[in-house]
Design a protein around this ligand. Sequence first.
Ligand SMILES: NC(=O)c1ccc[n+]([C@@H]2O[C@H](COP(=O)([O-])OP(=O)(O)OC[C@H]3O[C@@H](n4cnc5c(N)ncnc54)[C@H](O)[C@@H]3O)[C@@H](O)[C@H]2O)c1
Length: 263
Amino acid sequence: MDLGLKHKSVIVTGGASHIGQAIVFAFAGEGARLAIIDKDTAQAERTATEAKQRGAPHVTVVSADLTSHSAADEACQHAMQQLGGIDVLAANVGANWPKFFLETPPDSWDQLLHLNLSAAMSCVRAVLPRMIEQRRGSIVATASTAAFGEPRQSVYAAAKAGVVAFMKTIALEYGRYGVRANLVAPGLVLPDEEEELGTESIWRDRNSIMNDAQTEYVVRNTPLRRLSRPQDIANSVLFLASDETGRQLTGQMLTVSGGFAMR
Ligand SMILES: NC(=O)c1ccc[n+]([C@@H]2O[C@H](COP(=O)([O-])OP(=O)(O)OC[C@H]3O[C@@H](n4cnc5c(N)ncnc54)[C@H](O)[C@@H]3O)[C@@H](O)[C@H]2O)c1
């Protein structure tokens, strides 16, 4: 099926590694023009090179720390300038370092909230005026099943639940201008052994995030008895982003977890 994304202008935040990289490759396969905004320039360049090989006619890398509002805004403005417009924003950047709440130092809360909530808000704020002006645009944010509440994820869960409420509100406020705002909520997505991860990917220290026993627990409690792969998340992002498959979808969250979460 033609998703109608050929030559569309797409920004992917946190697009250098893992899920973000899979989102970049999925849009590349549809012939979209891409901007990757990421802190890890070297890994973003590697992803950009492969995205071109996979069919993207143009890929720009924009280096930025998206936890800063001004840096995020500047990065999005630069990306839109390079792309010559904006059709899709995949607001994907985020990270978590799982800990029980009392072991999560208050001075780490800001970082978690900025990376998982404010970064999406800053990028949405940057792209919305153009989308409103052209009466068209699609925004897909990456939430998490943690948004429903999960142990060792309190502050991250609060930030992701915030993104869900934020995106639904954007859908309510700007739908009249043809802007669609949706979310994907991945369950656990581990990198393959051979997957090349950038220096900023949380999965470089995989065992500190998720040990084997915790992974087995998730698989045992997943009806499909398997974890999601980055491509599973990316396919859902494409589905929501495309005006062919997602034309009448806004304010929706697609949970991609093999049934681990059913909300
Ligand atoms: N992997 C999972 O199990 C899982 C589950 C649910 C939700 N998610 C969400 O999916 C998204 C992607 O996660 P992932 O597993 O691919 O993570 P990852 O750590 O592998 O990749 C994150 C990307 O963001 C970039 N990045 C990190 N901090 C940044 C900053 N301050 N400014 C700009 N770029 C920055 C990194 O360089 C990297 O390319 C996140 O929003 C995450 O919360 C992941």
